[in-house]
Design a protein around this ligand. Structure first.
Ligand SMILES: C[S@@+](CC[C@H](N)C(=O)[O-])C[C@H]1O[C@@H](n2cnc3c(N)ncnc32)[C@H](O)[C@@H]1O
Length: 233
């Protein structure tokens, strides 16, 4: 898959390409490209943002600058781009990213991610250039870069052959194998530490019972998470 990230800070992503499963994805043919809005501004002083009409704090990313960056990279009118590929604005108020949305996005051949900064995007960027507005959580980051990294990490680890052991992706939190529940707890050696013993069933070698125990723990965690979500609402 091809991921194009539009940002003011492409250098923030240097480590991402070196991270093992991202490096595996790139070696297997995925592409991760970065475009700096600032390289495409026609304004003096490499300006990319401006003060908000109507007043208020902060600076707003300009629609003409984002248009120029998209147009230069794709050689097309950005208004038409979202018919060819999903163009995603990252925003705290967007649709919340969850595992089923990650699955959906991981199946796309190409994604464009727009990182905001300061007060965020001129709304015309979202209205006219974007197919989706996505949030990684109900809190405000200083910029879209960490959110873009989260999205790139989550979709690239779903690409075939990327994880060292393909079974990891089949049975993990929120997967169909666990009916969408969180994963069960894991333990490793030592079997006892400061009197904290690993559950006997895991040491029993009885695969059916281990399976049952794990499924029950997973369901319990799912029920606990739903109760916490409900009480937070
Ligand atoms: C400081 S935030 C802007 C916040 C905006 N003024 C608001 O109140 O919604 C700057 C940029 O960070 C990114 N961002 C911040 N929080 C995010 C989140 N939870 N999910 C995705 N992107 C986020 C967005 O790209 C946003 O344009």
């Amino acid at each position: 898959m091809q991921l194009d990230v539009f940002t003011l800070f492409p250098e923030w992503f240097d480590w991402l390409g070196r991270e093992r499963h991202v490096a595996n994805a790139l070696a297997a043919g995925s592409r991760l490209n970065f475009v700096n809005y600032r390289d495409h501004t026609r304004l003096s002083g490499r300006q990319v943002d401006d003060t908000p009409f109507g007043g208020g704090a902060g600076m707003v990313l300009r629609v003409d600058v984002v248009e120029d960056a998209l147009r230069a990279h794709y050689a097309t009118d950005p208004v038409l781009l979202r018919e060819r590929r999903r163009v995603i604005a990252l925003s705290p108020s967007g649709r919340l990213l969850d595992d089923s949305l990650v699955d959906e996005l991981a199946g796309e051949p190409a994604l464009t991610l727009l990182c905001g900064r300061y007060e965020g995007f001129d709304e015309r960027i979202v209205e006219h250039f974007c197919s989706d507005v996505l949030s990684i959580g109900r809190y405000v980051l200083s910029g879209g870069e960490p959110a873009a990294m989260v999205l790139c990490d989550a979709v690239l680890r779903k690409q075939p052959g990327v994880l060292g052991d393909e079974r990891s992706a089949l049975e993990e939190s929120f997967s169909a194998a666990l009916d969408g529940d969180p994963e069960y707890p894991h333990y490793t050696r030592p079997a006892e530490h400061r009197g904290w013993r690993v559950p006997d069933v895991l040491l029993s070698g009885h695969h059916a019972q281990i399976e049952l125990w794990r499924r029950e723990r997973s369901r319990e965690r799912g029920a606990g998470a739903h109760a916490a979500d409900d009480s937070a609402q």
